[in-house]
Design a protein around this ligand. Structure first.
Ligand SMILES: *Cc1c(COP(=O)(O)O)cnc(C)c1O
Length: 223
């Protein structure tokens, strides 16, 4: 079932987005076993993303052949476990975290690839910068010598109003385009989960994070 799901999704995404870009599939692997994750990789998944540092660490050596993303809320006291081990951190959502990432990365002689997390609906339950402060956050974040800002990770609000969601995504894409035009490190717009990825890709996402759509419903609910 996992293999079939992966093949279907990869085939669907293979046409890219309307902006002529390839769309990367990141398998969101929280609560999934290493066996399930390896099955997804065998079926063609090239990138996987964990939400919690403990799960990231526990599964690290048991999963093979994929780029490692970190997509969940990151506590500053857990940053040290990701240094040198992750290809892209999607959840840079505050400068306290940037400070800690800088400190640890510099010590290790490493550069942390990061996306600035944007809370598109300004929901209190979600972290991240507001869309209005995205450019300002970017300007400040690029000053950290050991962080490489590769783009944005946008979280959509929960809403049935497709027109509203579309307008938020397009607004995010516009900001992404403006910054991308002058910074060659900026090449990722991570936007879209199982419930909304089609809309997100239509509006210019070039990276989607899918859990349920690949692996089925989660047995228990984790953020
Ligand atoms: C769990 C999670 C996903 C995937 O969610 P699904 O609805 O299962 O596709 C994507 N992004 C983040 C940050 C997540 O925590």
């Amino acid at each position: 079932m996992i293999s079939e799901n992966v093949k279907n999704i990869l085939s669907e995404l293979s046409t890219g987005n309307p902006y002529g870009e390839k769309v990367t599939l990141v398998a969101a692997t929280k609560t999934r076993t290493p066996e399930e994750i390896n099955e997804a990789i065998s079926a063609g998944v090239t990138d996987i993303g964990e939400n919690r540092v403990q799960e990231f660490t526990e599964k690290y050596d048991l999963v093979h052949g994929a780029a490692r993303h970190f997509i969940g809320h990151l506590q500053t006291n857990k940053v040290k476990y990701l240094i040198g081990k992750t290809d892209l951190i999607h959840s840079l959502d505050r400068f306290e975290l940037a400070d800690e990432l800088q400190k640890r990365s510099e010590k290790a002689g490493w550069t942390a690839n990061c996306l600035l997390e944007i809370n598109l609906g300004n929901e209190l339950s979600k972290s991240g910068f507001s869309i209005d402060s995205a450019k300002e956050a970017y300007e400040r974040a690029i000053k950290y010598p050991n962080l490489r800002i590769c783009g944005f990770m946008a979280m959509l609000p929960i809403s049935e109003d497709e027109k509203y969601l579309r307008s938020l995504c397009l607004c995010m894409r516009e900001i992404y385009d403006t910054i991308k035009a002058r910074d060659e490190n900026v090449r990722v717009l991570s936007m879209g989960m199982s419930g909304d990825y089609r809309l997100c890709v239509e509006c210019g996402s070039n990276m989607v994070r899918l859990g349920t759509h690949i692996f089925g419903p989660r047995a228990y609910n984790l953020k």
